[in-house]
Design a protein around this ligand. Structure first.
Ligand SMILES: [Zn+2]
Ligand SMILES: [Zn+2]
Length: 249
């Protein structure tokens, strides 16, 4: 697999990946299109990505930081897969819980429900004859049992550190800071803490996993180096954090 992170935060998400295939060149996919098309296009050009070579775009849910370019890409005839809020209900591209779909030659996706404060939010298992990846972005938790799948690469949200956010939340409550109180409540109810990411990772078969990528880290309530260390210690797998403005740590 080849990965180029174009952006990873509540200001915008987009990940370009190439997955190996048997007897075919790698399939080029884009996971999340959370920047306006013009900006996404610029990011692609800066990273030597030809947007016209991308065979499928996959979007987890209809929050702007994941889906901003979806409508414009669909208008331009691109194959954008997601729930019906993304696709307008087009049966060719609409994804539903546990229903496997072919998205390119030798490339399938199995979507599954995740808990988040957007309707029908999804996680993805994407598979070719050579590689299998797990992609879980904005999500408090998911219930699907994925323990029988051997993942080569795992992408998972790791938004905040529970301890630091509970401390900030208590402070906001005590200071009658309603705006931050609401903001923290939203984070706690719709995003994944590092502790929760680790717990979900521990339930997976990582015996073939080559790398874990942490996504969507909060600007103020996370520490990328500490998060990487915690995941590495818990799983024994090489771990990277996707940086807010692109690239990896
Ligand atoms: Zn988000
Ligand atoms: Zn969201």
């Amino acid at each position: 697999m080849n990965l180029i992170n174009l952006g990873s935060s509540s200001s915008g998400n987009s990940y370009f990946i190439e997955l190996e295939r048997e007897a075919l060149p790698p399939v080029k996919l884009m996971l999340e299109v959370g920047f306006p098309l013009k900006e996404l296009h610029k990011k692609c050009v800066a990273n030597n990505i030809n947007i016209n070579e991308i065979e499928a775009f996959l979007v987890t849910h209809n929050h702007n930081d994941h889906s901003a370019a979806a409508k414009d890409l669909i208008k331009r005839g691109k194959k954008v897969y997601g729930n019906s809020y993304i696709t307008g209900g087009n049966p060719l591209t609409t994804l539903e819980h546990n229903i496997k779909k072919y998205i390119a030659s030798d490339t399938t996706v199995i979507p599954f429900k995740v808990e988040h404060d957007a309707p029908e939010s999804l996680g993805f298992i994407i598979q070719t004859s050579k590689e299998t990846i797990l992609f879980v972005n904005d999500c408090k938790y998911y219930k699907s049992d994925l323990s029988r799948i051997k993942f080569d690469y795992v992408f998972i949200e790791s938004n905040y550190d529970g301890q630091s956010i509970h401390f900030a939340y208590t402070n906001a409550k005590e200071n009658n800071d309603h705006i931050n109180k609401k903001r923290y409540e939203r984070l706690l109810n719709s995003h994944m803490s590092i502790k929760n990411s680790v717990e979900h990772l521990k339930l997976l078969d990582l015996s073939q996993c080559k790398a874990i990528f942490l996504m969507h880290l909060s600007d103020t309530n996370s520490n990328e180096h500490l998060f990487i260390k915690r995941v590495k210690e818990a799983t024994g797998i090489k771990t990277f954090a996707c940086k807010k403005n692109g690239g990896l740590v």
